[in-house]
Design a protein. Structure first.
Length: 470
């Protein structure tokens, strides 16, 4: 079997036709991981033995004629999603030895289908970052050019799929962490409608922004994985009671004014060419005025750290993971957090605590929330006349390891186009649009489509036109 061409759809067909077994398939991935991951470092831990056991169980399901879409499909899981009995560290020192005591709802659903879990993937610590360089366990390399980052924060998941070390992967997206690595690794990445996929068992970063979603090679594979993990969950109070996605049409809004500056010219060219291809395949392009989009990045970098500072208060050296002894409880807190958190996490906690503090919360946090409503309103207005809004996923292609690591603002600018969807709670997909050449290597560039609430099917439909015409 040629793993580089394999999709979930094709593997499903071959497994059900008994052309090979789920165990053969899992072994092929494990071999490739053994060969390649020494260099790439997509995985923090590979579960070879249990993966083989799960594959054997999947083979029994297939033999009984009980196969489901993901039975025997080998997938990788981001290190911030809980699997009972497994270490889940969020790539942080503070949770280095933390073992999950229950399954995340998405894992329960995948286990019920008989999916195979290959291992947990590297990420920026607690999902803060855009390059996977903020991992406490060292960076992941982009399999397409190992001098470059795979994007982040789900960089390990993206690299695993791009290097054929998993057939698909789960990531989480708070401000672009599925779509931006998908863009940099030539994959499809879906940020799902807020509330469509349960967050139960996902370590929270920004609770009003976080969603779990798929990283896959094709749109159809993304749809399959999304259908498997979506649905109401009483354990998540923000989970939608009923989720129904229907494709509407192919009118695509382009917020031209927002795209005038800050984009690499080659990336802009790929974006414009992709729009042209869509127009040729039957889409209507409409200019949309979304005047508040330029505020999305500053709003995100107030709302997100605010939520981070409260969510991460739970890592106190007593309830979870690392505990550094001290003479007083206060000393345990400070010593544990100083030893356990990396620089970016500490920066966000400081910013978040500041913007929430009395005397400043009106000027920063409340103001940011008001502007967030204006951004939501921009989308609502746009979706009165279009079915999706298009923009690049990221302003540039994959950058060099180390290039932005010491410049937080340069790193934050990577998220300028992706944070908009999280602030509005709407779904967004990154689909490979084309490539740009850097140092003689062709690097993939993602095309982003943002849909209305529950508009996933529209994104899949328009996305398939991009896929077909590439
Ligand atoms: N890069 C963004 C950040 O650092 C988004 C991260 C994410 O989506 N988890 O906050």
């Amino acid at each position: 079997m040629d793993l580089s061409k394999l999709t979930i759809v094709e593997a499903r067909r071959a497994l059900d036709a008994k052309e090979y077994s789920a165990l053969d398939l899992t072994n092929a991935y494990l071999e490739n991981i053994a060969e390649r991951d020494g260099e790439i470092h997509a995985y923090l831990e590979v579960w070879a033995d249990s993966a083989r056991e799960e594959a054997k169980k999947a083979d029994e399901m297939i033999a009984r004629g009980e196969s489901k879409p993901l039975t025997g499909i080998p997938i990788a899981v981001k290190d911030n999603i809980l699997i009972k009995g497994r270490i889940a560290s969020s790539s942080s020192k503070i949770l280095e030895n933390y073992r999950a005591s229950y399954d995340a709802t998405v894992i329960t659903k995948l286990k019920a289908q008989g999916a195979v879990f290959l291992g947990r993937t590297n990420m920026d610590e607690f999902a803060m970052g855009s390059s996977t360089e903020n991992s406490a366990y060292g960076p992941t390399k982009n399999p397409l050019d190992t001098s470059r980052v795979p994007g982040g924060s789900s960089g390990g998941s993206a690299a695993a799929v791009a290097a054929n070390m998993a057939l698909a992967a789960l990531g989480s997206d708070t401000g672009g962490s599925i779509r931006q690595p998908a863009s940099h690794c030539g994959l499809v990445g879906l940020k799902t409608t807020y509330g469509s996929v349960s967050r139960f068992g996902l370590m929270p970063m920004g609770s009003s922004l976080d969603q779990i979603g798929p990283l896959t090679k094709t749109i159809e594979d993304a749809r399959i994985l999304f259908s498997a993990i979506a649905g109401h969950d009483p354990n998540d109070s923000t989970s939608l009671k009923a989720f129904e996605s229907k494709a509407t049409g192919k009118r695509i809004g382009v917020p031209r004014a927002f795209l005038e500056k800050g984009i690499d010219p080659d990336v802009k060219k790929v974006f414009d060419e992709t729009l042209e291809r869509l127009a040729k395949s039957g889409a209507t392009l409409v200019d949309v005025d979304m005047p508040n989009l330029p505020y999305a990045l500053p709003v995100y970098y107030i709302v997100c750290p605010a939520e981070v500072s409260t969510n991460l208060a739970r890592y106190d050296g007593i309830r979870y993971g690392l505990s550094v002894p001290g003479a007083t409880v206060q000393e345990v807190y400070t010593k544990t957090r100083a030893a356990g958190f990396g620089p970016e996490v500490r920066r966000r906690i400081l910013i978040g605590t500041f913007v929430l503090s009395s005397g400043y919360s009106d000027a920063y946090y409340r103001k940011a929330r008001s502007v967030r409503s204006l951004i939501r309103a921009d989308f609502a207005r746009a979706f009165e006349s279009v079915d999706a809004v298009a923009m690049p996923t990221a302003p540039g292609p994959a950058f060099k390891i180390g290039e932005k690591a010491s410049d937080p603002l340069a790193m934050y600018l990577e998220d300028i186009f992706s944070v908009t969807a999280n602030l509005a709670g709407v779904p967004a997909i990154s689909v490979p649009g084309g490539t740009v050449t850097r140092d003689g290597t062709n690097l993939p560039v993602g095309f982003q489509l943002i849909g209305p609430w529950q508009g996933e099917e529209t994104l899949f439909t328009i996305g398939s036109d991009i896929e077909r015409t590439r």
